[in-house]
Design a protein around this ligand. Sequence first.
Ligand code: GTP
Ligand code: SPV
Ligand code: MN
Length: 584
Amino acid sequence: MQTTAPIGTHASLTQWVNEVATLTQPDQIVWCTGSEAEQRALTEQLVQSGEFRPLNPTHYPNSYWYKSDPKDVARTEHLTFVCTERREDAGPNNVWMAPAEAKTKMAGLFAGCMKGRTMYVIPYCMGPLQSPLSRYGVEITDSAYVVLNMRIMTRMGTGALERINREGQCVRGLHSTGELDPERRFIMHYPHEHLIMSFGSGYGGNALLGKKCHALRIASYQGREEGWLAEHMLLLGLTSPEGQRHYVAAAFPSACGKTNLAMLLPPESMPGWTMTTIGDDIAWLQPGADGRLWAINPEAGYFGVAPGTTLKTNRNAFKMIKGNTIFTNVALTDNNEPWWEGMDGKPALDWQGRPAGEHGPYAHPNARFTVAATHNPSYGPEAEDPHGVPLSAIIFGGRRASLAPLVYEALDWNHGVLVGASVASETTAAITGQVGVLRRDPMAMKPFCGYHFGDYWQHWFNIGQKLTRPPKVFHVNWFRQNAQGKFLWPGFGDNLRVLEWMIKRIDQRIEAHATPIGLMPKAADLNRTGLTLDDSVLTELLAVDTDAWKQELTVLENDLVPYADRLPPQMRHQLDALRARLQG
Ligand code: GTP
Ligand code: SPV
Ligand code: MN
């Protein structure tokens, strides 16, 4: 830990840090190096203050329990702003505030807010340190918890600072937990300045500014200027029994299965398949000179949903978090081990540390683990490849009890853009607000696109034009339910059956069945070896109800009305073509 700027620090960075210190008036400034000694010291500090509780050292070595303020347990989208000069550039998909007004407001909140506290300066790199696709940032925060999370989630410290000094520019993020008062909470983005200001929350995407604020909102804006895409996608590598290797990206809304699919364990009845995780939440995509789309995971760790993570559903994740993990808002057993819904028995304490009462949930539904990607048993070393990985497929999906079938394939890239734009999903605990309400979440980016969705879709069409070997685009839905509210599809490891069908399509080994919404598996082509799934259930999973889809298209067109002034002509064309196919 260093209390003065390291020798060689770029003058513009020192100047900004000094300006922030003058405004926030911390007792001391610490420049984070990312060293293990620094990590140990900060951890010890949080244990001493009572914010961290060390977990059972036998079963969860070097792991800690942390609880949030009950008013601060998820991202708060209504308090998240995109501050472009012109309101229309932020688009109807964002909450907007004029940059000057936002800055005045934030200056008022940040004034003197670090009195009696330590200000941490965190240089970080999003992506492999040596990759031309990587981008740099500096987060200033008054939270040691944020520092420890950022150390896991990003390449943080000296190496990143060296790159920043050389390049002389980076994304700047200023964060203070403030009083955790939602009335005094704002997460501001100034995309044209590559600047973030976040006040009043210590939670995940609101506070770990490298994640959603930088790697999605600011990066999506940069990507549009520079010809690449920043997406809410997992990345995985898949090797078939025949030895063919494919890379797949998938965009699902928050808490809809990215971490789980990224760590999928092949079922025993599908020998010969191997699966590796490249990323579980964010991917940056760039057309390569070879006409393929290349992807990196800008993150170095996972901030994953804990509830539902079990040996049965996600063995890799379950093993990965047995040590060196920060647990946020989980319950605790009497053996001082983390507990959440899906595990056996009952905990002793709930996520707030109170004796567990009669009724759950005992862990917060958005309880999370933070752990380094390298602890994942299925970690794919390509995550460090500076070139990234070439994509064979992009998958979109959402949580839909009805309508959307298990899987369908887009006719081509441009149709795929419509498929992505039409993603809708029932809301989850990952955001503050009502759970289970169907909302349109185009490309799973509704909360994360740093500019007007109309311009964003145009950018997607433009990227497609640069690809001579584009990935195939698919849509999946693991969450179809029967009349009794039971999931029709087993999900988790068995999702490999759907990936297998996709790989066969990509390798041109099988024909598909054409429907108005896209190409679908013939029932016999979906591998059901070792799986008990009635023909009737499969038929239901693969059914396309044309009348219901006509209604869906009407609803979709209605949802697109706010974007009409910037709706790409190609999107209009795709909508008309879909209507024609449904009527044909
Ligand atoms: P964020 O980190 O919020 O972006 O979420 P994510 O997309 O990574 O979601 P995650 O994989 O953590 O899954 C969230 C919830 O969905 C967990 O409770 C899982 O148990 C559940 N889930 C994941 N995959 C499946 C599936 O295939 N079927 C069913 N029924 N549930 C699933
Ligand atoms: C999400 O909500 O999509 C997450 C968690 O991945 S957070 O980092 O809080 O955004
Ligand atoms: Mn996410």
